[in-house]
Design a protein around this ligand. Structure first.
Ligand SMILES: Nc1ncnc2c1ncn2[C@@H]1O[C@H](COP(=O)(O)OP(=O)(O)OP(=O)(O)O)[C@@H](O)[C@H]1O
Ligand SMILES: [Mg+2]
Length: 547
């Protein structure tokens, strides 16, 4: 109680003290009514043993104080010991001597009582009672009116403060919800933008990369090679940006989950980033220590690659935040809520403003070399996994980003897939089906280098006609979104009539996931544009999909 109503407590304590002094009482207590429980409880006391203070709770209408609080008539007793009313009551024990219990009123409401007692004078034999005098009574009743209002005001004030605090909580909640809504809106707006844009950009990058790859085999001059390499890298970076936007703006929940071990993931990510936190740090003559604290956790239900990207983004941010070195910590543990993973750094930390905007797409404080997509991608991935992401950060104190993911129901051992490097094919005959001549041409030329052959078809009909004519083809590589026959139609037709021909599906990203999933069931592999020759050959070499 005392922590909840400090103000009333102080007020009452000083009121009690002054009243006691005025009437020479040695024991005193102010009791307040608790309407819900229909009781009186001591709000402040002096001279009472603390156990009496803490326990005393009197039902309204019972005992001396309970009756006074209910009926409003003061009770004055010359000697408690001799008064029948104190014989069997719950009233706090005020020892021997004279006693007074008066109601404390606010208008016609009784809000509590004040109890005062005077000990007998022990110096005489027998000890003489020291009753309250008539002036004591007058004095007290005059003051009690004032106490009532003071107490009531304090109570009102406190209630007002409590409601203000409650309002603040509601406002904070609203603000957080609003921020989340805005973020959701931003994400879905960017999602729409991304799907429209990605198709075009990916096709453009496919043209650029295809052409560069071809050119690089034709140009001998070292300087030209170097320029081509720069352009190629820029185009690859551009394609990566598009992919990142696509990834975070994809709002569907993860479809095919598998049990993912966050502990394994954390170790893998620290290994992957070792060049950044170890080698590079050494070069810059700083030291970044890693502290891995892996708990006993269940696997989470998720997709491996996106979750690895989550940890990768968080670890890279942590490293970026420690330009002078420091400790990078990754901790995992589990509780009833799920599996948690903290990535923490002892770095610069974030100001309130940065923390609030950190999840916004393209928000970065790191200048043009950064896209500002790391955390928004991360946030999107965690959302799709039905997880939670929290940022705890303050300038100078460092940052901890915590992700929480639902654990899988039963522990399932992760499949132990052997990693084999398939032999890349040579002399591949590829039938390229794409309605966009620029893209088709660039891809055909890219395939045409290093001994492979590409035939081009502008659509499904043309492709089937080519196969009908008995032209030898190892692989039909078809675009998905085409007017007339779609890639899915092409795939079905080829599967039905030329089962020995391998099928690959190229997709931009704007295709609906369902369509890609349906078609991917028919084809041997799906490859996302833009891609390079190496990626295509590897996908082909992975072999036909088992039916
Ligand atoms: N661990 C951290 N410590 C301090 N600031 C951080 C931390 N993580 C993120 N931030 C702040 O949030 C901003 C956004 O982070 P985010 O990962 O989205 O983008 P980025 O790191 O700037 O760029 P990108 O990840 O695309 O390379 C950062 O620029 C930085 O200001
Ligand atoms: Mg980042």
């Amino acid at each position: 109680m005392s922590t909840r109503i400090p103000k009333i407590q102080h007020l009452l304590a000083s009121v009690l003290q002054s009243k006691m002094r005025a009437v020479h009482a040695n024991i005193g207590a102010i009791m307040l009514r608790y309407e819900q429980r229909k009781t009186l409880r001591i709000a402040t006391s002096r001279g009472l043993p603390s156990e009496v203070h803490d326990q005393a709770e009197v039902r309204l209408g019972e005992g001396v104080a309970g009756k006074v609080a209910e009926l409003g008539d003061a009770v004055i007793v010359d000697d408690i010991e001799k008064d029948a009313r104190f014989a069997k009551t719950n009233d706090p024990k005020y020892g021997t001597g004279s006693f007074i219990c008066m109601p404390v009123r606010v208008g016609d409401r009784i809000i509590g009582v004040i109890n005062l007692a005077k000990k007998e004078d022990a110096s005489t034999t027998p000890p003489t009672p020291r009753p309250f005098s008539p002036t004591d009574l007058q004095f007290l009743s005059a003051l009690l009116t004032y106490i009532g209002y003071a107490v009531d005001n304090a109570r009102l004030l406190q209630e007002a403060q409590e409601s203000a605090a409650k309002v603040q909580v509601v406002v904070d909640d609203l603000r957080a919800t609003q921020a989340q809504l805005v973020r959701g809106e931003t994400l879905s707006a960017i999602g729409k933008l991304a799907s429209g844009m990605a198709h075009h950009l990916n096709n453009l990058f496919a043209v650029i990369l295809g052409r560069i790859e071809t050119l690089r085999t034709k140009v001998a001059e070292p300087e030209a090679q170097r320029y081509l390499e720069i352009v190629q890298r820029a185009a690859l970076d551009g394609a990566e940006v598009v992919r990142r936007v696509q990834r975070f703006s994809r709002v569907q929940p993860v479809s095919r989950t598998m049990p993912v071990d966050l502990n394994q993931l954390a170790q893998e990510v620290l290994e992957l980033t070792r060049p950044r936190w170890h080698n590079e740090a050494l070069l810059r003559q700083i030291r970044i220590d890693t502290a891995l604290d892996l708990g006993n956790i269940r696997r989470v239900a998720g997709e491996y690659a996106p979750l690895r990207e989550v940890l990768l983004n968080l670890v890279l941010n942590a490293i970026d935040a420690m330009p002078d070195g420091g400790q990078l910590g990754v901790r995992t543990w589990a509780d009833s809520e799920g599996v948690h993973c903290d990535v923490s750094d002892a770095g610069t930390g974030m100001s309130d403003e940065v923390r609030q905007r950190a999840l916004d797409p393209f928000f970065t404080t790191k200048g043009p070399k950064s896209t500002g997509l790391g955390l928004s991608v991360t946030y999107g991935i965690i959302q799709r996994h039905n997880g939670k992401l929290e940022i705890d950060s303050a300038p100078g104190r460092g940052t901890t980003v915590r992700i929480t993911l639902p654990a899988v129901e039963v522990a399932v051992p992760a499949p132990n897939r052997p990693v084999t490097m398939p032999l890349l094919p040579s002399d591949l005959r590829v039938l390229l089906v794409d309605d966009e001549p620029e893209v088709r041409g660039a891809l055909a030329d890219m395939i045409g280098i290093s001994g492979h052959t590409a035939f081009q078809a502008a659509g499904g009909k043309e492709a089937l006609a080519w196969l009908d004519a008995g032209q030898p083809v190892d692989l039909v590589l078809t675009d998905l979104g085409m007017p007339g026959m779609t890639g899915a139609d092409v795939a079905r037709a080829v599967r039905a009539r030329w089962p020995q021909v391998r099928l690959g599906l190229m997709t931009g990203w704007d295709e609906t996931e369902g369509l890609v999933n349906d078609t991917s069931a028919i084809v041997d592999f799906v490859i996302v544009k833009p891609f390079n020759l190496q990626a295509l050959l590897s996908a082909y070499a992975a072999g036909p999909k088992a039916a």
